[in-house]
Design a protein around this ligand. Structure first.
Ligand code: NAG
Ligand code: NAG
Length: 714
């Protein structure tokens, strides 16, 4: 009966390798040689069997997701799912899950077969073959007595007539989970005779495949308007593509002419849907409603052996509804992070580590109002308010017209046990909030007065570190990996802490896809510096740019944004201007103004092929670089020691005006400099002796390097 070949035991070594390869998810995949893409009548798929699409790209079988997060290793509650994944990709990536809400505890009871009753695909529970009490079933109504199931080359699992493969009764593309693949649709479609609504739903967390709260779907408004929206709990829209106008959705015109992604809306008798298409069929790509609530388009890059995010919607993590959960503050700068409000602690640190923040934070000390019996004794005191400045208020506040001063407003709030915060300002008046506080963001200039137990406010000085802010970078992988990256970067670059940075004024955040387009897929290389390669590009307004791709620098997003923010505010005629940056997934790019005459070294040292500079120009360069250093050392707001002055870092514009590059990569003046010595930068020859002798590093190290450059100029 069973024609699909099987291998018995789970290969432990394979499991171990996979465990190392994946950050969020790992699969313990049984070793197995699949030979077929079709499950025929009478056959069944058990334990380690799988169907393989004929092009080898997708596999259907049973998989287990697990966690490699430190404290979770003792957790044996890893369950089995029936699903489809990318078979050619070493990083385990499921694209569809059948029994997401009903995982199976042990592999031995995993089985997939074609029901003898009605031809449906069934995962029977124990030995009962009926589809009605199944763990999972395709539940197609119009089936033939003899059916077969095939895994197609595009990753679609179809249930069809055994005698005619075009006669389709059910397909997995009609029931997507969090992922859309090339050729799949979102919206309404009647491909199998039934109008089926397809939408993407996030997973609960990086391990648990249970549907989460974020969805990505088509919305049909009044008057024939159609848009794509991201929703929270099927009710709150936090992102919209805008209406379809015939060629593109109004808020995302950038999707027109994209080779990586096209979103075409179709309205016909077959349905109303958008189809996900990628021009190059050899590219492995997927659109995924991420656990974080961001819709992401990812492409597999062979070079880095990883998925790279090329598009996200919304662009900012803090724009996602309830992104950090209740009683948290979401912050975009210097990098997206969530922190608990004063007097609150993370409800479930384990869920947070798995990027599921729906639980948010919980109050440490009960309020006097509803917790008086718990806090019995001498601590009986009315609740206090803790002011949270510079925040964007949650939108669901209730206006209290009767309160005409901040004091009156606070009294109204104290009068209700469910009131958790108030805000008051002369123009807007009094607002109070009941219950959980969602979507508070570190942005703007409003003040939210958070209600806390009196004890919390009194104890600020003593307990300021306890449970106040436990920042967690969104999208951060495991703590271990981060630590290794951060250490590496610290050792290499001697960087300042992220909290030094203010907002990056006027610095544009580019999407990776935009820079790909601007640089024609990084086709014109200008040079390779200490941190990566530089490519020439052109923006849509025909500004020529130099894009520095930080190759191999797997810098944490927080640090990166901090660096960008602090560099962005430094501007001088003799400093290369930072126009923007891109920080998407693992990609780190800096966008600078383009310098047509290259770097000084190519002109000083003839072997590099530059033109010979005359004395006027040499003088002008010497003066310009000195001005730039004087500015960095003394005049700009946060004094900066360059630490790496050398001809390669002095660029020349069209009229040979010098512009110093790579500044701001060193620590700010006045911070712990003894450690900087150990992370010595610069190039031997231009390095001041104090780098080696261990005496204090001052701005004079730049003066020394400048002196060496001056000698070379002469
Ligand atoms: C197979 O099924 C398709 C779709 O139902 C139908 O159009 C076609 O005529 C069938 N072919 C045969 C040989 O029965
Ligand atoms: C989601 O919505 C349902 C029904 O509207 C509600 O009962 C549930 O509490 C909501 N869940 C969350 C986490 O907001």
């Amino acid at each position: 009966m069973i024609q699909i070949p099987m291998r018995p035991a789970v290969s432990l070594s394979l499991a171990f390798v996979l465990l190392l390869l994946s950050l969020h998810l790992h699969a313990i995949l049984p070793c197995h040689a699949a030979t077929t893409d079709t499950l025929s009548p009478g056959q069944e798929l058990t334990g380690g069997d799988k169907l393989l699409s004929s092009n080898g790209r997708f596999a259907l079988g049973f998989f287990q997701t697990g966690s490699n997060f430190s404290h979770d290793t003792t957790n044996p509650e890893l369950k089995w799912y029936l699903g489809i994944w990318f078979h050619t990709v070493p990083k385990f990536t499921p694209v569809w899950v059948a029994n997401a809400e009903n995982p199976v505890a042990n592999l031995a009871s995993c089985k997939l077969l074609l029901s003898l009753d009605d031809g449906n695909l069934v995962m029977p529970s124990s030995n009962n073959r009926s589809s009605t009490v199944a763990i999972w079933s395709s539940r197609a109504t119009a089936t033939a007595t003899s059916t077969a199931a095939s895994l197609l080359d595009n990753g679609n699992l179809v249930l069809h007539s055994a005698s005619n493969a075009s006669d389709i009764f059910w397909q997995s593309f009609d029931h997507p989970t969090d992922t859309i693949l090339q050729g799949a649709k979102i919206g309404w479609s009647n491909a199998t005779g039934l109008m089926i609504r397809r939408r993407l739903v996030s997973r609960k967390n990086a391990v648990d495949q249970t549907p989460g709260l974020y969805s990505f779907q088509l919305l049909f408004g009044h008057g024939g308007h159609t848009s794509i929206v991201s929703m929270y709990n099927s009710s709150d829209t936090y992102w919209s593509s805008g209406d379809w106008g015939g060629r593109y959705f109004s808020n995302i015109p950038e999707t027109v002419g994209q080779t990586w992604l096209s979103l075409n809306f179709t309205s016909s008798e077959q349905g109303k849907y958008i189809e996900y298409a990628v021009e190059d069929p050899t590219v492995l790509s997927r659109g995924t409603m991420d656990v974080s609530g961001q819709m992401k388009v990812l492409v597999w890059f062979e070079g880095s052996q990883d998925w790279q995010t090329i598009y996200t919607a919304p662009n900012s993590q803090c724009d996602v509804y309830a992104s950090c959960g209740p009683f948290t503050v979401c912050s975009d700068v210097p990098s997206p992070s969530c922190s608990c409000m004063k007097g609150y602690s993370i409800r479930s640190p384990q869920d947070w580590e798995l990027e599921d923040r729906t639980g948010g934070c919980a109050r440490d000390t009960p309020l006097y109002c509803n917790g008086s019996s718990a806090a019995a004794g001498s601590e009986h005191q009315a609740d206090k308010f803790y002011p949270m400045p510079s925040v964007q208020l949650p939108s669901d506040g209730r206006s209290v017209g009767t309160a005409t001063s901040a004091d009156e407003c606070s009294v109204v709030c104290l009068g209700s046990c469910s009131c958790t915060a108030y805000s008051y300002d002369d123009q807007g008046g009094c607002y109070i909030w009941h219950g959980r506080l969602l979507n508070v963001r570190q942005q703007g200039n409003s003040v939210l007065h958070l209600r806390v137990a009196a004890k919390e406010v009194q104890g600020i000085s003593k307990t300021s570190n306890r449970g106040v802010v436990i920042g967690a970078a969104i999208g951060a992988s495991t703590a271990t990996f981060c630590l290794v990256f951060l250490l590496t970067i610290w050792m290499r670059k001697g960087k300042r802490h992220g909290d030094d940075a203010q907002g990056g004024m006027g610095v544009i955040a580019f999407r990776y896809a935009e820079l790909l387009y601007a640089t024609k897929s990084f086709s014109e290389k200008l040079g390779a510096g200490s941190f990566g390669s530089v490519f020439k590009g052109s923006l849509s307004d025909s500004t020529t740019i130099a894009v520095k791709r930080l190759d191999g620098v797997r810098q944490g997003e927080k640090q990166f944004r901090a660096e960008v923010s602090s560099i962005g505010i430094i501007q001088h005629v003799n400093l290369v201007k930072l126009i923007g940056f891109c920080c998407q997934g693992d990609r780190r790019l800096l966008v600078y103004e383009y310098m047509p005459n290259g770097s000084l070294d190519s002109h000083l040292f003839q072997s590099n092929g530059g033109t010979v500079l005359d004395w006027t120009i040499r003088y002008q360069i010497a003066l310009g670089v000195a001005r730039a250093l004087a500015y960095l050392h003394a005049s700009c707001r946060d004094c900066i020691i360059h630490c790496d002055i050398k001809p390669e870092n002095i660029l020349l514009d069209g009229s040979f005006t010098p512009k110093v590059a790579d500044f701001g990569m060193a620590k700010f003046l006045g911070r712990d400099f003894s450690h900087v010595v150990t992370t010595m930068r610069g190039t031997v020859g231009y390095l001041a002796p104090e780098w080696i002798s261990g005496t204090a590093i001052t701005s004079k190290v730049d003066v020394y390097s400048y002196g060496m450059v001056l000698l070379e100029i002469i």
